[in-house]
Design a protein around this ligand. Sequence first.
Ligand code: PLP
Length: 393
Amino acid sequence: MKFSKRSLAVKPSATVKVSNKAKQMIADGIDVINLGIGEPDFQTPDSIDQAAIEAINSGKASFYTPASGLSALKDAISQRIKADFDVFYSPDNISVTNGAKMALYTLMQVLVDEGDEVLIPKPGWVSYEQQIVLAGANPVMVSTNDEFKITEETLNEAVTKNTRLLIINSPQNPTGTIYTKEELTAIGNWAIMHNIMIIADDIYGSLVYNGAEFTSLIQLDDNIVAQTILVNGLSKSYSMTGWRIGYIAAAPEIISKVNAILSHSTSNPAAVSQYASIAALTGDQSVVEQMRLAFEDRLNKIYPLLQDVPGFNMAVKPQGAFYMFPNVEEAVRIAGLSSSSELVEKLLDEAHVATVDGAAFGLPGYLRLSYAASLDNLIEAVSRINEYMQSFT
Ligand code: PLP
């Protein structure tokens, strides 16, 4: 069998791999706590479910919608952005996609060619790199400082004449880092100076804790906004990962290219999910706040416990998203192992806790633990990890 160069180049998602192994162990009756996952553990709020049920019962959900989404949903997105950030995107500048993942995938297809380079922060979300590879371009990881932030200095080290795009993800998966307004302004001006477009992946924008403030690139000055393509979605803020709704807000010439590709690839995101999303975006937003508060409480309780685990070092407390990203180089040494990937395996096989190796995000020597799990499970998981590590001391 001959396979395409693209399919041979692409690597399966490491986060999905760990999660699948953990799910298989659970199916085999093993009591595994899965902290490898990247999705909220809450049911989608009932009001949103009800809107979907109504769409089905009324027959509206039976048919194709426009490839780039229902105009009522684009209106709802436009109004939500206006209400949250006081920035107006016309519905014509919005395209609805099958999750933010498809938004990012399609943007890569639209914006880069072979030989082009795309800058991604290290560590960064697992799919950026592979989506860039699938578009034939080259991912270039940009080093970050002690707070896991890229800076003008590290960008200068990474930029070449082939650089076309920069991805900013704030709050950041896997570290929970949030960029300040000043930092984003410096990065935005740097991008303008080098004529590089920025994709702002704001998927965790509503999950910000302990008084930290989230600024989106789209709130900065007009020149930076013109340089920015916004990607967001409903998966994380409304606990709607399974519904697969994301979106792009950008200049019309980008949106029309995106829409052409969507019309030949997905046709449209599931109609029922689009109706549910209209209800989510236009309905009572206190559901978002309730989930945010639950994540904040978990972070505040679990962060100090994890810091007490021998060999787990986490100098900076995460400010957003729902992940912790401790350095475990010392833990690897204490346990007599050779890498963080071995530690992930041992934690799964012996402590029955699923985590993800930092290498999946470009930074070996770290682990990603998701706190999208019940507080009881989180406390139990950290205690199991602690017990495993204590066995060596
Ligand atoms: N961007 C980041 C940083 C993510 O972590 C994820 C999901 O894990 C996505 C985008 C894609 O989210 P979805 O496709 O569910 O909207």
